[in-house]
Ligand binder design. Structure first.
Ligand code: GAL
Length: 356
């Protein structure tokens, strides 16, 4: 009898092993082990660091909650697509259960999706929006989780339009501005640049760009450098600095202080992300406003969608997390929010209308 029970026990464990092994690699404790490859465009980025840390923390929370083990392999693409493609190819060779990719160059999405598809590994693209057509390569198993950059640009312009001077601090009837530009390959940079000033147009505010957008790579030191030279060149004429992100906005504020000018009084600065450094300036009245780029809900959504994919489910093509306008500390509070989903067909129709 004892021997018989032992056989039953062994058979039971064997069945369990097969059932668990069917999806998600090896076994751990009572749950399964899932291997998640995460490719970040570069680690040395304020916003993506907040995102990455929250993603790790949240997967840890999911592990505790479900009894499954999510093993994250997070790679630094060092802002080099060749390096990152190699990292992603390694993920594919290692047979990860899912790949989360914050691409260095979003135009690489197509070839990456095709490689992953041939190994049957689903892909969650994050932060850098690809072309709609890339998401049509493998519907159900590829998705983009992000935020609509046009919204962040619009909010930046609306923040300026809502100030007492409406951005026209010297009262000459025109808002003279410069833009600090993130990265030419990035939809966020392109759309924030266009939609921040479109919001001024929509509010009936006259505007003039004092220069072509300054490329500053999302970077604080670069933001400071280009703002310092713009201040030197344009002096008191410069009234508004639109920075594609807070990193560059923080740099701009440093340059403005060094030039003995005062944010709020004779110049306005607006960023995007709501990173801690920017929130500190905003609280002191040294930054006009920012826009919360909600890394909290974006990372949670990316993880939840990845889990669905690892469970063999099909997912929607887009998951959109809203931006939030921030002019005081409370506005940047992180709270759970439900993302909006969209199909590629819906996105195409929306973009066609929007870009007309
Ligand atoms: C943007 C963010 C920037 C930078 C960039 C990287 O959404 O605002 O600060 O992190 O993503 O792609």
């Amino acid at each position: 009898m004892k021997k018989f029970l032992k056989y039953v026990a062994v058979a039971f464990v064997a069945v369990l092993l097969v059932a668990c092994g069917a999806k998600g690699g090896g076994e751990s404790g009572s749950g399964k082990t899932y291997n998640v490859g995460v490719a970040i465009y570069k680690f040395d980025d304020n916003f993506m660091t907040l995102y990455r840390e929250e993603l790790e923390r949240y997967f840890g929370e999911l592990s505790k909650k479900t009894g499954n083990k999510y093993v994250l392999d997070i790679q630094d693409g060092k802002q080099d697509q060749a390096t990152q493609t190699e990292q992603i190819n390694n993920f594919i060779a290692q047979g990860k259960d899912v790949i989360l990719a914050n691409l260095v160059d979003p135009t690489a999405a197509g070839s990456i999706i095709n490689s992953a598809k041939s190994a049957d590994i689903p892909v969650v693209l994050i932060n850098r929006e690809p072309e709609v057509s890339e998401l049509e390569i493998w519907p159900g198993k590829t998705t983009y989780v992000g935020a609509d950059a046009t919204q962040s640009g619009t909010f930046q312009g609306e923040i300026i339009a809502a100030t007492d001077s409406k951005g026209d601090l010297n009262g000459d009837g025109v808002v003279n501005y410069i833009t600090l530009f993130g990265d030419p390959a990035n939809v966020d940079a392109q759309q924030r640049t266009a939609y921040s000033v479109k919001a001024l147009d929509d509010a009936g505010i006259k505007r003039k760009a004092l220069a072509e957008p300054y490329l500053a790579n999302w970077d604080t030191a670069k933001g400071q450098e280009v703002t310092a030279s713009a201040l030197e060149q344009f002096g008191d004429k410069l009234e508004v600095v639109f920075a594609n992100n807070d990193g560059m906005a923080v740099g701009a504020v440093t340059a403005i202080k060094a030039a003995k000018r005062t944010v709020g009084k004779d110049i306005l600065v607006v960023g995007v992300d709501a990173i801690p450094d920017a929130m500190e300036l905003l609280t002191k009245g040294e930054l006009t406003g920012t826009v919360l780029n909600d890394h909290f809900n974006q990372s949670h959504t990316a993880a939840n969608v990845a889990v669905d994919l690892m469970n063999g489910k099909d997912v929607e093509s887009y998951y959109w997390v809203d931006y939030v306008k921030v002019t005081k500390k409370e506005d940047s509070q992180l709270k759970e929010a439900k993302p909006k989903t969209e199909t590629t067909k819906e996105a195409k129709e929306r973009y066609a209308k929007r870009d007309k």
